[in-house]
Design a protein around this ligand. Structure first.
Ligand code: SF4
Ligand code: SF4
Length: 395
């Protein structure tokens, strides 16, 4: 979490835009302290309640002031890219118009937050100067901005109060808008990274129920001696959202829709239908659709639809090479291949619906103990001719 979430290490794989994103994230962390102070000030009627922190307060206020300016510049760059440049990874069948509008609304709200923060600091400096009181905190950017204005004391005070209210109201509007927005990752990404899988990316999870069945086949005694875990498996793999883990759902809520996963997916890059971002977004959309019914009626709830086929096609699932490039690239450690693999497990184990080539391999393994169509006895036939033609044999 310290490395990937707070250090933003994965984001830096795209250095320029990564640096801007990291600065916005770090800036938010610093500015959050100032926002908490504003709320306490607002409720208590006190002014600058944290000022007793002394030099530390100066550092926090100075960093917040500088970061507000940096974030504002970054937001202008982000908006420019989104509106005027065609960035491939922002496109795709899963990226509906509403996704783009949502991203722009969030960026504009953040922009207003930064403008009002700088405005608040600027007119705090000016109105405190008017009343010849002590300025609490250090504001390296706003002190320069304050020089640009020659407004009267009344206007300074009015503009300070206006910016203060604008800032606090936009914080609350933004906080209420976030759960419906892709920017929900502001809240979710750090816990999601904290809870991410720490095993090597390529490691395939074992299905306990299958392991148990194999053990029973190899040693029927265990069928009677194993009295521990009596859970019956309702379904192998994932058909719909009731089969996913809570972590799969958390992943889908945390997805930033950045498209880094899709931009490195070899299946996607070679024109296949698969987009790992779409898989994650589909889980979220399906859970939104079916979740309330599941909560009300338990697992039995059925609405004549399923995640596989109604949202994610078999073609998409079988296009995945399980290369793990998507999981490697995802800045918040979402693991797409494990989800895709579990959906394929459902198709194979519950419906025998694997592609023809795979079904042939499965029956070869079942019948011959190898993926090829020859029986074990015929394994060395290919070598017989060589054996016959050996010079010593000819003699
Ligand atoms: S694991 Fe599958 S979805 Fe992920 S990048 Fe590789 S092919 Fe694409
Ligand atoms: S899954 Fe990860 S990489 Fe892909 S869009 Fe979501 S956050 Fe970005």
């Amino acid at each position: 979490m310290m490395e990937v979430a707070f250090g933003q290490t994965k984001i830096f794989r795209r250095p320029v835009i990564g640096l801007l994103h990291a600065l916005v994230f770090w800036g938010f962390c610093v500015i959050l302290l100032g926002s908490i102070e504003m709320v306490i000030d607002g409720i208590s009627g006190y002014e600058k309640v944290f000022k007793s922190l002394g030099w530390f307060y100066d550092v926090i206020m100075a960093s917040g002031d500088i970061f507000a300016f940096i974030i504002l510049l970054s937001i202008v760059v982000f908006l420019f890219r989104r509106i005027f440049l065609r960035i491939n990874r922002f496109e795709g069948i899963e990226m509906k118009k509403v996704s783009h509008v949502d991203a722009n609304i969030s960026l504009i709200l953040i922009g207003i937050l930064m403008v009002s923060l700088l405005g608040m600091n600027t007119f705090y400096i000016r109105s405190t100067g008017d009343s010849q009181s002590i300025i609490h905190g250090v504001y390296p950017v706003s002190v320069v901005l304050a020089e640009w204005f020659s407004t009267t004391a009344d206007i300074n005070h009015t503009l300070f109060v206006t910016n203060w209210w604008t800032h606090i109201l936009v914080i609350f509007i933004f906080a209420n808008y976030l759960p419906y927005s892709k920017h929900f990752h502001v809240f979710m990404s750090v816990p999601n990274v904290f809870l991410s899988r720490l095993e090597p990316l390529g490691k395939v999870t074992v299905m306990e129920s299958i392991t148990k069945e194999v053990k029973i086949m190899l040693n029927p005694e265990t069928a009677y001696s194993d009295t521990g875990d009596e859970d019956t498996v309702e379904r192998f793999g994932i058909l719909d959202v009731e089969d996913i883990t809570w972590k799969n759902y958390l992943d889908s809520l945390s997805c930033t829709e950045c498209g880094r996963c899709t931009s490195v997916c070899p299946a996607h890059l070679t024109g296949k239908k698969l987009s790992p971002r779409k898989v994650i977004m589909d889980v979220r959309a399906r859970m939104k659709e079916k979740g309330p019914g599941l909560v009300k009626n338990d697992r039995e709830y059925f609405d004549n639809k399923s995640l596989i086929r109604d949202y994610i096609s078999e073609e998409e699932l079988w296009a995945c090479t399980l290369c793990n490039a998507c999981a490697q690239e995802c800045p918040i450690n979402i693991n797409h291949p494990s989800l895709i693999l579990d959906m394929r497990r459902y198709l194979v184990m519950e419906e025998s619906a694997a592609p023809g080539e795979l079904n042939a391999i499965f029956s070869n393994i079942e019948n011959n103990g190898a993926p090829w169509q020859f029986s074990q006895e015929d394994r060395m036939l290919w070598a017989e001719e060589i054996q016959m033609n050996r010079p010593d044999k000819k003699d």
